[in-house]
Design a protein around this ligand. Structure first.
Ligand code: PMV
Length: 332
């Protein structure tokens, strides 16, 4: 965060916005081809403040060591372009501003950091312009910004971050996507672990698209299985059958491995998670690096033990409540 001389008044805060990250519990990649996915928001996310700044429009994110002007030009930094798209859509007249970001999500790890950032920025700018955003307007703004990072995303990240909670999502062409909120009878506690940022969502999706052209029968069948497992997961979650959900996650990881979007370090993390008592463990998001989600039996003590074991192997690991939301006024 920029330092201010003690004699100067702190800059006026015009608006704030928050959004949680997300994990895909089941159905990543297959969701791009119209199969269902099961995803959950996280109680860890991004908070944005809009402050007056004569050097604006700018963007500052001390956690990521980033300080940039917002620019719409196609050759500008992707982050700068995406956030300028949001500003132009929500508050084009607010130019003398800085968007200050407080973040507790690692970038580029499949935890929805870019969707959380764009949603939090849109919410903060809407508060600054003193006119709330309708949910469908928010979705459109965020989808447009996310194209800078992801090419043609399925929309599951944005839907999950905008809606919050646990959702079943189906992408539809030429019609609004299906988003159904799923109620679980008990809090669902999980551990997220990562070793390094992933290869990039665009790259992972395009790699799989190319392999699908070479092996259409096999890859289409595996995609169909991932979608069916997502629906099995929805049914298990509704019944509170966490062991069943964990088994579906384990099967899905095997399929994602066969599809070529896992990596040796992700497989190693998954193996540690299962050894240390996770009911299910799989990669989450685009894969080829990135994050693993591990389902626990709901006991906070055992969740913490799993976190400690994984940290002992050098992984960045933390406990999350699936379907949780970041606390108002700060990131948890
Ligand atoms: O950007 P990530 O890592 O959350 O991955 C998104 C999930 C994919 O299914 C791989 C892509 C998409 O657009 O749904």
């Amino acid at each position: 965060m920029a330092e201010h001389a003690p004699s100067q008044a702190p800059p006026a805060v015009l608006g704030t916005g928050a959004a949680g990250g997300k994990v895909i519990i089941l159905g990543e990649h297959a969701v791009v081809y119209g199969h269902p996915a099961l995803a959950a928001s996280l109680d860890r996310g991004v908070v944005v403040r809009v402050e007056e700044d004569a050097r604006g429009p700018r963007f500052e994110a001390p956690h990521w060591n980033v300080s940039l002007p917002l620019e719409a030009a196609a050759d500008a930094q992707p982050l700068s372009q995406a956030l300028e798209r949001v500003r132009l859509a929500v508050a084009p007249n607010l130019t003398r501003v800085v968007l200050r970001v407080e973040d507790r999500l690692p970038l580029g790890s499949g935890l929805g950091s870019s969707a959380a950032l764009t949603v939090a920025v849109a919410r903060a700018l809407a508060q600054a312009r003193q006119a709330p955003l309708a949910p469908d307007e928010l979705m459109r703004v965020v989808q447009n910004a996310e194209q800078v990072f992801h090419g043609t995303p399925s929309g599951v990240d944005q839907a999950c971050v905008v809606t919050g909670g646990i959702i079943r999502f189906v992408r539809r062409e030429g019609a609004p996507h299906l988003v159904e909120e799923i109620a679980a009878p008990h809090p669902v506690l999980a551990v997220v672990a990562l070793l390094r940022p992933h290869v990039g969502t665009k790259e992972a999706v395009e790699g799989l698209r190319a392999r699908r052209l070479t092996h259409p029968r096999t890859i289409n069948a595996l995609m169909g299985e991932l979608g069916a497992l997502a629906d099995d997961g929805v049914a298990a979650l509704r019944k509170g059958d966490l062991s069943g959900l964990g088994e579906h996650m384990n099967l899905a990881h095997g399929i994602l491995h066969a599809l070529g979007v896992s990596s040796p370090d992700l497989d190693q993390l998954v193996a540690w998670g299962r050894t240390y008592g996770a009911l299910g463990a799989k990669l989450t998001g685009a894969g080829v690096g990135g994050a693993v989600v591990m389902l626990t039996d709901g006991d906070p003590g055992r969740m913490e033990q799993l976190v400690v074991k994984l940290r002992g192997h050098g992984a960045q690991a933390f406990g999350v409540t699936l379907g949780g939301r970041p606390r108002q006024g700060g990131v948890s």
